[in-house]
Design a protein around this ligand. Sequence first.
Ligand code: AP5
Length: 214
Amino acid sequence: MAKWIFLGPPGAGKGTQARRLARERSALHLSTGDLLRDAIEADSEVGQQAKAYMDEGGLVPDGVILDLVFWRLGQETESRDVIFDGFPRTVAQAEGLDERLGQAGDAVKKTLEFTLADEVIVRRIAGRLICKKCGANFHRDFLPPKREGVCDQCGAEALYQRKDDHPDVVRHRLEIYHQQAQPLRDYYAAQGKLVEIAADAPVETIYERLHAEL
Ligand code: AP5
């Protein structure tokens, strides 16, 4: 079963594309950001460890992330494709994943890096709305819900803005991303697995580009 990694700055559209692809292929969409937000909501030990880092836009420690990812993979009862969204974010995480997959005779198939200019990112994140119930995401201008505040997918009146989408926090998230991105790019490029997807285009166009690369 294929393992794909979606890399890219905050707001590049990784989650939007990963959710759609996962639905289409009945794949597991494994977003570390979503898992961490669920852990915070549940006030679990992982959530308590992660909250301060996330509120500031910093990275949660590698050990916490790797445990969380391996725990989630261990929940799977059937074999299916996996889309890792927002993971790995450091070379230590990438090495941890390779080691784990290698033990099962498996490997990452491809790493797709969504690229987008910082000024577009800030606009995208400023307008993002997420459904608290089902996780679907929208944008006030680019992908508005049909009814204000109501999720098109599950009908819940539960659209909200993420706390770490405040412009100051977004700037910090971008700084961190730019610090970590090159070593990760080098890591996957050295394995011949890195592919870039220009992400400044409508959602549908990006999806076509993604398909062409898969
Ligand atoms: P995480 O939740 O992973 O956030 P992120 O990587 O910063 O990515 P985003 O979710 O912000 O953006 P996205 O690329 O998914 O964009 P989206 O599709 O929503 O991480 C949050 C925090 O958790 C981190 O800061 C860190 O603290 C911690 N964390 C998570 N993983 C970690 C790890 N591995 N290690 C350590 N710490 C970790 O799109 C954005 C908006 O644009 C939406 O409104 C969407 O509707 C719109 N949009 C999407 N595509 C388009 C398009 N083509 N045109 C116009 N609008 C579009």
